[in-house]
Design a protein around this ligand. Structure first.
Ligand code: FES
Length: 92
């Protein structure tokens, strides 16, 4: 699931992304919606991950999880993003 990573490294080469690649990646993140009910894009969720320990923390911070499905659709995605973020942060 390469689109969900928050790294600034290129997936295949692990080299830092060029500014143009970073801009393209950011644009993708802002058009891809994680919380369909509330229209919360991936970029906003990724921005909200720092300081969060649980999906509920992320939901409270960015406004996801409070739509019609009550987080049934976006919760699992946010859980994966949070797990990847924590692994990336700790180098795991
Ligand atoms: S998709 Fe996020 S609350 Fe429904």
């Amino acid at each position: 699931m390469p689109d969900d990573k928050d790294s600034i490294l290129n997936d295949e080469t692990e080299r830092p992304l060029t500014p143009e690649e970073q801009a393209r990646e950011r644009a993708k993140q802002m058009t891809r919606v994680v919380c369909i009910c509330k229209g919360i894009p991936l970029g906003k969720v990724l921005d909200g991950l720092p300081g969060c320990e649980t999906v509920a923390d992320v939901n409270q911070k960015v406004g996801s999880g409070s739509g019609g499905c009550k987080g049934e659709r976006c919760g699992p995605r946010i859980k994966i993003l949070l797990k990847k973020y924590k692994e990336h942060k700790t180098g795991g």
